[in-house]
Design a protein around this ligand. Sequence first.
Ligand code: FAD
Length: 317
Amino acid sequence: MSLLIYAESADGKFKKVAFELASYAKKVAESLGTTVTAVTVNAGNVSDLSKYGVDKVLKVTNDKLANFNAKAYADVVKQAAQKEGAKVILLSSTTDSLYMAPLVAVGLEAGFASNVVGLPVSTTPFQVKRNAFSNKAFNITEISTDVKVLSLAKNSYGLVESTAAAAEEDFAPSLNDADFNVKVASVEKTTGKVTIADADIVVSGGRGLKGPENWGMLEELASVLGAATACSKPVSDLGWRPHSEHVGQTGKPVATNLYIAIGISGAIQHIAGINSSKVKVVINSDPEAPFFKVADYGIVGDAFEIVPKLTQKLKEF
Ligand code: FAD
């Protein structure tokens, strides 16, 4: 049973999730007695992948794939899986990978399990553990199809370095012109800003910040920490912040190493989306705010006093 991963990259550089997925794949491959092949699309230095246990890299280089296109990318992964005879295909839990994972599964007539945590519970029958109910519970899912597609829950597996070198091979899948009917006219990038999906630290603001004019202090804290900024649902509903920053059950999920919530009450729908974060910190003036029940560290006080002081202290380090 061979194993294939799709190693995600942006602007020619691998995302951290690609290394996380490779580390995880190595362990799964060991339990299956096989090796790890990675397929990459327009990625630069693919040798970086071998540091995390990849044995072979299929390099796809094609200008048509310069912008993410779920159907075309899914087709690339499908053809790579068929070429390698892969029975297990692993993807990350980024927006792009989650968009294409079901398409890969349909293309390969494979069963698909999302949000997988930990190594397979059993390989015969093939069973995996998954986050369920907004990460409040786990379930065990059995996949009985010959080919299996899994997406690994974000930040659920650490980076494990390896010393072996990966073999590299150019791979030219056939692309379907019909998949390129919609053309991307332009791509605008938020330069210098860390995205929520890629961030190790997220600094998030709620209605307690009173208005959009007060976000400067939060952005400054985020910039000192190299963090992404996020917000609660009402904040984006009110137009104080863009909808792309809304996190929670109905917004983006956050599974980061450090989540700092400022002026956020900790409603169940908010917590559901950020609960997988490893360390949660809350700054809130109300000691009864529900967020304190789930936080690892809490500061009771006025955000307008605490945040500038915290930023200043961090700058001194
Ligand atoms: P509030 O609840 O108003 O809390 C503001 C907090 O700021 C309070 O705790 C207050 O003590 C504190 N505060 C005030 N002044 C200060 C100060 N000076 N310094 C420090 N703290 C201060 N919400 C989400 O966030 N994400 C979701 O995905 C989401 N999905 C939802 C889905 C459904 C179906 C429903 C019904 C609701 C959903 N909500 C979601 C809304 C959720 O229920 C809450 O209403 C929302 O999370 C509250 O946002 P908030 O904490 O910013 O505001």
